[in-house]
Design a protein around this ligand. Structure first.
Ligand SMILES: NC(=O)c1ccc[n+]([C@@H]2O[C@H](COP(=O)([O-])OP(=O)(O)OC[C@H]3O[C@@H](n4cnc5c(N)ncnc54)[C@H](OP(=O)(O)O)[C@@H]3O)[C@@H](O)[C@H]2O)c1
Length: 429
């Protein structure tokens, strides 16, 4: 690689702004550690005149980011716009085809087009780096790709969305409702003010799960239908009951190979309070890797925000500057096969169920009969009557139950006249 390296940043929002400043303030440090000279020669964002946190040189500002590639000699381009398609895909694709290394924190883009883009990168012998796309500042991708390169990984799981973890932790800490805590999260900048849906419904964590699966199991990025549930319907009541049973509720992203078949899922889980993951609270993320011979390895840290995300972007930059230019997903594109998909209906898990019922004789036996019909056996059953309303909450922890049977059972419970609300079902880890 040549000595003088030209850099461009496309996108000057929360992350791009911070990255711009990091490149300026850490220039000497980067040059010392890589023996390269770096020059920021181009910037792009939608609006040239927008007031930004740091003063930018308008002379190197491009309204159309594709003009940077057409007109300048760029070596490394940061894509920090954030769309899964459109301009983000176009700029990354064009840069790679023009033999420009690309660094991006864009999980939506990588989860959707990572295979296609990595093929172009390999063909053009440049790198596509995306450390910041999963768990922000936690160096999980490079750890899997490099430090654990010869391990046989069979499961990766963790807390991959700081917004959801913050909301669930605050609901527990302050005995508060989901909607109140969401408002607070928006004010603090932990949840997107206009559209936090993609964080809350599990979609964001799921994009990260897909990237983790691909790197961990050396497969193409899956596009399978998967088990995806968010936290929007979690009530404080369940957090409270779970707490009394010594559990916490966490939104987990889980990917594993079961009999060589890929099983990816994102859903709320009851985790024991005395486990590591049960004590990762607030906006923190944590990722646990199970592999051989490493055993269980845990990385915890800040999963979002300009500081941690820029830290991961800088590690990608140094990796490229040091000449570590190899396959984006750890092995050649051709060698990564499509994953066989695990049939979710076969999965067995212990379950937490909460049923709001009419408090009258015979209701409990109707419920236990329905459970028995679906071969779901009860480990624990708690009944909490509300004498004034003549209702009761019934909480059931089951032994391992088959997913298909559990869903059938929930459907039957939903149509039972003595059950007053849709049953709550949360899986145990
Ligand atoms: N925020 C986080 O904590 C975080 C954490 C991890 C990963 N990420 C990822 O980082 C990426 C950026 O996120 P962000 O929070 O920085 O987003 P953001 O604040 O919305 O910034 C997006 C930037 O893209 C620019 N842009 C939009 N359309 C453009 C176009 N056609 N041409 C050139 N520039 C265009 C915008 O320009 P204007 O400024 O002129 O509007 C803005 O500067 C996303 O992929 C996100 O998933 C973010």
């Amino acid at each position: 690689m040549k000595k003088n390296i030209n850099i461009a940043i496309v996108g000057l929002g929360q992350i791009g702004n911070h990255l711009f400043n990091e490149l300026k303030t850490k220039k000497k440090d980067i040059e010392l550690k890589t023996e390269k000279k770096i020059n920021l020669i181009a910037l792009s964002a939608k609006n040239k005149n927008k007031k930004r946190k740091f003063k930018i040189n308008k002379k190197i500002f491009f309204k159309n980011p594709l003009d940077i590639i057409r007109n300048l000699n760029v070596d490394i381009l940061f894509e920090v716009v954030g769309k899964s398609d459109g301009i983000s895909k176009k700029i990354v694709e064009t840069a790679l085809k023009n033999k420009i290394h690309v660094i991006t924190p864009n999980k939506a883009l990588i989860a959707k087009h990572g295979d296609y883009l990595s093929k172009i990168a390999e063909k053009n012998k440049v790198n596509l780096e995306f450390e910041a796309s999963v768990a922000g500042g936690i160096p999980i991708l490079r750890t899997i790709k490099e430090s654990l390169a010869t391990n046989k990984i069979n499961k990766v799981y963790g807390i991959l969305n700081g917004t959801c973890n913050y909301i669930l932790s605050e609901m527990e800490k302050n005995a508060d409702t989901f909607s109140n805590v969401l408002k607070k999260a928006k004010l603090l900048g932990y949840a997107e003010p206009l559209n936090p849906k993609l964080d809350l419904n599990g979609y964001d964590a799921f994009a990260k799960v897909r990237i983790l699966s691909s790197l961990s199991f050396h497969k193409k990025i899956s596009n399978n239908k998967c088990l995806m549930e968010g936290i929007e319907s979690i009530e404080y009541k369940d957090i409270d009951i779970a707490s009394q049973l010594n559990y916490r509720i966490k939104l987990l992203g889980i990917t594993e190979l079961i009999g060589n078949r890929l099983f990816e899922r994102v859903h709320p889980c009851l985790v024991k309070k005395d486990t590591y993951i049960g004590n990762v609270n607030g906006v923190m993320n944590a990722v646990i890797v199970n592999g051989k011979p490493i055993g269980e390895s845990i990385l915890q840290g800040e999963g979002a925000g300009p500081g941690p995300t820029s830290s991961a972007l800088m590690s990608d930059l140094l990796s490229i500057l040091r000449g570590n230019i190899k396959y984006p997903f750890g092995l050649p594109h051709k060698k990564r096969k499509k994953a066989n998909v695990y049939n979710v209906n076969l999965y067995s898990n212990s379950l937490y169920m909460r049923l709001e019922v009419k408090d009258k004789p015979g209701v409990l036996s109707q419920i236990t009969k329905l459970l028995a019909k679906r071969k779901i056996s009860v480990e624990r059953l708690i009944q909490m009557p509300d004498h004034k309303r003549k209702t009761a909450s019934i909480v059931i922890i089951t032994h391992k139950a088959n997913e298909y049977n559990a869903q059938r059972c929930i459907n039957s419970l939903k149509s039972n006249k003595n059950i007053l609300k849709n049953p709550i079902l949360i899986r145990l880890l």
